[in-house]
Design a protein around this ligand. Sequence first.
Ligand SMILES: Nc1ncnc2c1ncn2[C@@H]1O[C@H](COP(=O)(O)OP(=O)(O)OP(=O)(O)O)[C@@H](O)[C@H]1O
Length: 358
Amino acid sequence: MFLTLDQVSVSYPGAPAPAVQAVSLQLAAGQLGVLIGPSGSGKTSLLRAIAGLEQAQGGRISLGQVLLDGPETRIAAERRRIGMVFQDFALFPHLDIAANIGFGLHDASRQQRLRRVDEMLALVGLEGSQEKYPHQLSGGQQQRVALARALAPEPRLLLLDEPFSSLDIELRERLAQDVRQILKQAGITALMVTHDQLEAFAIGDVVGVMQHGHLEQWAAPYDLYHRPATRFVADFIGHGVLLPGRLVQHDGRPAVATALGDLQDVSAAALQHIQAHGPAPFDVLLRADDIVHDDASPFKARIKRKSFRGAEFLYTLQLASGQELLALVPSHHDHAVDEWIGIKLDVSHVVTFPLSIA
Ligand SMILES: Nc1ncnc2c1ncn2[C@@H]1O[C@H](COP(=O)(O)OP(=O)(O)OP(=O)(O)O)[C@@H](O)[C@H]1O
């Protein structure tokens, strides 16, 4: 692994609890990692510890074969060869784009510097912008220049802290895709912080969810969505509700009984997880895409709210018991609020949690 964090903790003087608590994660060379989590969960503090701007009070941080931070070692921030892009991405307004990008290339000759600036502008798709000034570029273009500036000195690792948060939503979505492509093309290993789940999924090979300084899960986006490790992750990532379930036998095979029928394809791993809860009932996670509209189904739900999302409607449904559910339904099925529709389950991964003791 290229970047390795082993039990890293960060505390601020006088704070009641550590901002980062025993976080371990790994990134392979060339991988893009993303940290998401609520405000104050410790994402920025972790990034700053990796950069060397904050001292880790416990644990180890290694990059390649080099121990950056450990019990007896501490390499200064400026010697870590780590690039950073922050949310305000302040470019120097009085310097042209070439000078902005070449700013960190202290040891290069003028010719090397110009060549590197050209390469970086080509990488971010802004060829020919050398002599422009930041105010002549759009927000998205300025952010690309900030990326080019961070990549120019060939950092071993790039850290990005909410790099798109000052841009409007449409631009953010487009730029997220572009940035992933640029970073992959540059072969750089990067770790980014964002608030935005879609952005995390668009960019990350691996995504981590933080809460109260803990890393709750560090996994591929698909696994995070379909196999959330904790209730918090299940709730934080995507639309989901929890429905009571219990283990039953269906034609001699284990199944999970719910108010919407039995789930029959229970994997061995899910079964093991359920059995570890003991014989008690448990909660089953149902995502909006696990619930399918089917007029022939005996299970009916009332449409409580609906929101149009282009290709789909996100319906908030209510069962006769009062239990609410979410369902994504193709938008050619346009039903009215208060209408009762047939629904059935189409769950590919059964995810369960022990009942919480309220
Ligand atoms: N310099 C500091 N001194 C004292 N406490 C700090 C400092 N920086 C952050 N904290 C505290 O550490 C905790 C984690 O903050 P951090 O900024 O790392 O979270 P975050 O997840 O990045 O939040 P956000 O998404 O709002 O940026 C918070 O409780 C915060 O108040």
